[in-house]
Ligand binder design. Structure first.
Ligand code: CA
Length: 225
């Protein structure tokens, strides 16, 4: 599922992007209304839009209306202003939900799921949430991992690491990249931390060869089909 984020605050946009990616979503982030509109109504449209109303170049209300004129894509408005709720969620704009700032990524993911269930009908998102790679299965909705159908109990960090590696099997992800994706601040985290978590995952999966180590560089997931 592809989510378009239209938000001009880079820190917020990045935080949300990372959170959604680790929840299994494909994310595209833009900082202006015009770019957002271009993507929203373009040839490769998103499945969901997160729209900030306070954008530098265009009024969020106008963006919402313009998208609605040509597309039924679900829109979740994010805004710092409480008094906007009624106008936004009302029929006037055609947005599907509203998340007030500040919000946590968990809350946002819950809203996205609720909206896609409501819009997409039964089981629309359920099917795509299970990723299978050979004997490994990752249920991104329940955040559970299975080997040959048996659940493997990973810590939250181990789960994040494995699911990031599984987004792009066969591709080496650098330690620095993993640090950036999984730890919000790398202040107290060193590349050795990554190695320690990877070692723990290997042990739990009972298949150390599934995660290949490129010494001094990073790791890749390589599971036989
Ligand atoms: Ca803004």
């Amino acid at each position: 599922m592809k989510v378009l984020i239209i938000e001009d605050d880079p820190a917020l946009s990045q935080g949300v992007s990372e959170g959604l990616r680790s929840a299994g979503y494909e994310v595209l982030a833009v900082g202006t209304g015009q770019e957002g509109l271009d993507f929203a109504v373009g040839p490769n449209p998103p499945d969901m839009i997160l729209l900030d109303l306070g954008l530098p170049d265009m009024d969020g209300y106008d963006i919402c209306r313009e998208i609605r004129a040509v597309s039924q894509v679900p829109i979740i408005v994010i805004s710092a202003r409480d008094d906007e709720i009624d106008r936004v969620v009302g029929l006037e704009l055609g947005a599907d939900d509203y998340v007030p700032k500040p919000f946590g990524v968990r809350e946002l993911v819950a809203r996205i799921r609720a909206v896609s269930r409501r819009i997409g009908g039964e089981g629309a998102s359920e099917k795509t949430d299970l990723q299978t790679l050979g004997d490994l299965a990752i249920d991104r909705k329940a955040q559970k991992v299975f080997v040959k159908g048996e659940e493997i109990h990973l810590t939250a960090t181990e789960y994040e690491l494995l699911s990031v590696l599984a987004e792009d099997p066969g591709t080496v992800l650098r330690r620095t990249e993993l640090l950036e994706r999984i730890w919000d601040t790398a202040l107290y985290v060193t590349p050795k931390t990554v190695d320690a978590h990877i070692a723990a995952i290997r042990k739990k999966l009972a298949h150390p060869e599934w995660i290949e180590s490129k010494r001094g560089v990073g790791f890749r997931l390589d599971i036989p089909r």
